[in-house]
Design a protein around this ligand. Structure first.
Ligand code: URA
Length: 197
């Protein structure tokens, strides 16, 4: 049922972005947790899977702290193609942050994807999915990281748990401790939530 609905949604996305290399969500569609990143990078486009490059390696390491196997999660991105610009140095395409227009193009697809998967907890990685899910440009990860927030999206209730993006932790070493703290908070939150139901 969920699988069929996701297949239909994915076909709609692919048809709408025929000229682009699209990386769709994947994993366990019956998971209680959906993990949402920003946009795929080069490796993700090559392998057609979210979080399989450098950021994915870090993500897997962090998931080990949570004692969660990534195959038990549903993982997707806000923007489903790789936003690039030409490097001034090499002239080759390099990653850039997705534009507001690009985020808006995918917003409804993301909301439909969440609705179909119907998780209990939405874990956003970084500012892009956080602002998108909250539909609030003013929301920041610096303010909201590491705690659970009850939200309503398309008439369904979820817990949102914002985390920093794993790539941010690679570049800013001082975030490492905060990030590990946030992961412990998430782990405790999940333990409580999942024993309650
Ligand atoms: N960063 C993201 O946000 N998503 C990916 O899939 C890979 C890197």
């Amino acid at each position: 049922m969920k699988k069929t609905k996701l297949q239909e949604l994915n076909k709609t996305i692919k048809d709408a972005f025929k000229e682009k290399d699209i990386v769709l969500g994947n994993g366990d569609e019956n998971s209680t947790i959906i993990l949402i990143g920003e946009a795929p990078g080069a490796k993700e486009v090559e392998l057609k899977e979210p979080f399989v490059g450098q950021a994915g390696k870090h993500l897997t390491k962090f998931l080990e702290i949570l004692k969660i196997d990534r195959k038990d999660l549903y993982i997707t991105n806000t923007v489903k193609f790789r936003p690039t610009k030409d490097s001034a140095k090499t002239g080759k395409p390099i990653n850039r942050a997705p534009s507001k227009d690009e985020i808006n193009m995918f917003k409804d697809y993301l909301f439909d994807e969440i609705h179909i998967v119907n998780p209990k907890v939405i874990v956003t990685l970084g500012n892009v999915p956080l602002k998108t899910v909250l539909q609030n440009e003013g929301a920041t990860i610096g303010e909201l990281h590491g705690k659970d927030i009850e939200i309503n999206l398309q008439e369904k209730e979820y817990y949102l748990f914002p985390l920093y993006h794993p790539a941010a932790v690679i570049y800013k070493q001082d975030l490492k401790e905060t990030y590990e703290n946030d992961l412990r908070n998430l782990s405790e939150f999940l333990d409580k939530l999942l024993t309650r139901v």
